[in-house]
Design a protein around this ligand. Structure first.
Ligand code: DC
Length: 235
């Protein structure tokens, strides 16, 4: 049975995680949220009372940053030294911290092996910023998802307020634009479309329309499956 790896990259709020999850369900493959791994490291930095701006202090913490993933009925869970931190890493202050520390080359190197090992073991769709360019340059399909900053901020604001976090739309928009700038301009693995990625702009499209469009691209390129890694192991 064929093993497939799909890379979905793009800025925050473009819909990567929701679309990647839906693709994974539809084609019975695994969804790997690489942002969650960076967020788990950021949570550790936050818990240590650091502001994340001192690269050497963050790098010194990496031996303690034991990040792993498990998959069960609730989908992917991210563990930090065995503790399930999947909910805590979604807080706004952790998003800010993640954007700071994910630019450090040692942090990226710390998580690269885990991402590549996961992709080597199963058919999966990974979402992130550098999956198509650095982590899986030979991915079977690469999608670069975009949407306007206002639309992305609207989605993020709704997501946060639905979880009970009090924050204004203006603040979310301002922070999102700053994070885009940091993610795109950093020296280590900046957010960048791979030359062979298909660009999909989801502005003005609802979720179902975006998923439908990407499923069509998927089937055209890779067929309907079945793919190993769902019910059948990839050996
Ligand atoms: O996808 P997300 O919003 O959970 O990502 C959180 C942060 O992590 C964001 O600032 C970009 C960074 N990130 C990264 O640098 N590389 C990845 N592969 C995934 C996320």
């Amino acid at each position: 049975m064929k093993k497939v790896n799909i890379a979905i990259d793009g800025p925050s709020g473009a819909g990567k995680s929701t679309i990647a999850r839906r693709l994974a369900e539809r084609f019975r493959i695994t969804y790997v949220d690489t942002g969650a791994m960076y967020r788990a490291v950021a949570l550790l930095v936050f818990r240590k009372g650091l502001d994340g701006l001192d690269e050497a202090a963050v790098v010194a913490l990496l031996p303690e940053a034991d990040v792993s993933l498990t998959y069960g009925e609730q989908g992917q869970r991210v563990l930090l030294s065995g503790e399930d931190v999947s909910e805590q890493i979604r807080r706004h202050e952790i998003s800010e911290m993640t954007s700071r520390i994910s630019g450090y080359p040692a942090v990226r190197a710390h998580l690269l092996g885990l991402q590549q090992r996961t992709a080597a073991a199963v058919s999966c769709v990974l979402d992130g910023r550098d999956i198509g360019t650095v982590v899986l340059p030979h991915a079977d399909l690469k999608i670069f998802l975009t949407a306007s900053p206002e639309e992305r901020a609207r989605r993020r604001h709704l997501e946060l307020t639905q979880k009970g976090q009090e924050i204004s739309f203006e603040q979310v928009l301002e922070d999102l634009i700053a994070r885009d700038e940091r993610d795109s301009s950093r020296a280590a693995s900046p957010l960048k479309k791979a030359d062979d990625a298909v660009e999909v702009d989801t502005t003005g499209k609802n979720l179902d329309e975006s998923v439908e469009l990407i499923c069509e691209i998927f089937v055209k390129r890779l067929g309907e499956g079945p793919f190993c890694g769902g019910a059948a192991p990839c050996s």
